[in-house]
Design a binder for this molecule. Structure first.
Ligand code: FE
Ligand code: FE
Length: 193
């Protein structure tokens, strides 16, 4: 493939990522708002700040290239965000909802990891070392976010299971509904702490 064509493809892929990240800047506050666990909400908020920086890094690269970052719609990200908002609207509560939000968010991170892997390979081939450095920073953040989400899910998935057990127990023992209610309350307080 002639270098010029690869450069064109590289710019196209960067535009796609720029659009993907910009869509995320709008979507992440909604994910944060829907999260029940404080830790998950903070995680989304922190990644929002990182995502804004990632947008700026891409803008820096476009400036070096003398190109506009605009002009592409990332349909992949559009679909993933749509699935995320379906999860927000889903009838799940508490930790189960959080487990679903984590699943949606990890799909996004994996999609980004794939996208950045591609542009980094192109930038290396094209000898754009400064671009590689900037893109590697973002790739690292996406990977760390994915790992954090995995850690959070371990905790949240087991909470989701025990919440379901509480609910079943409460349904079975109609004699002590108040006690069950208290237990559920103290559990959710512990989760917040
Ligand atoms: Fe990102
Ligand atoms: Fe990300």
């Amino acid at each position: 493939m002639p270098q010029n064509d690869l450069r064109e493809l590289y710019i196209d892929e960067l535009k796609d990522l720029y659009n993907a990240e910009s869509q995320l800047v709008k979507a992440l506050p909604k994910m944060a708002k829907a999260a029940n666990s404080d830790e998950l909400r903070t995680g989304f908020e922190e990644h929002l700040e990182q995502t804004k920086e990632q947008v700026q890094r891409l803008e820096q690269i476009f400036e070096m290239l003398g190109e506009s970052p605009k002009g592409k719609k990332c349909k992949g990200m559009e679909g993933l965000i749509e699935e995320g908002s379906e999860m927000i609207d889903e009838d799940f509560d508490g930790s189960v909802k959080d487990a679903g939000l984590i699943g949606a968010a990890q799909r996004v991170e994996h999609y980004e990891i794939a996208g950045y892997g591609t542009v980094i390979a192109f930038a290396e081939t094209l000898g754009e070392k400064e671009h590689v450095n900037l893109l590697e920073k973002t790739l690292q953040e996406e990977k760390e976010t994915d790992e954090k989400l995995t850690e959070l899910s371990e905790q949240i998935n087991s909470q989701a299971t025990s919440e379901a057990e509480d609910y079943e127990e409460a349904e079975q023992s109609e004699t002590e509904p108040t006690l069950k209610k208290q237990q559920t309350t103290s559990r959710s307080k512990r989760r917040v702490a």
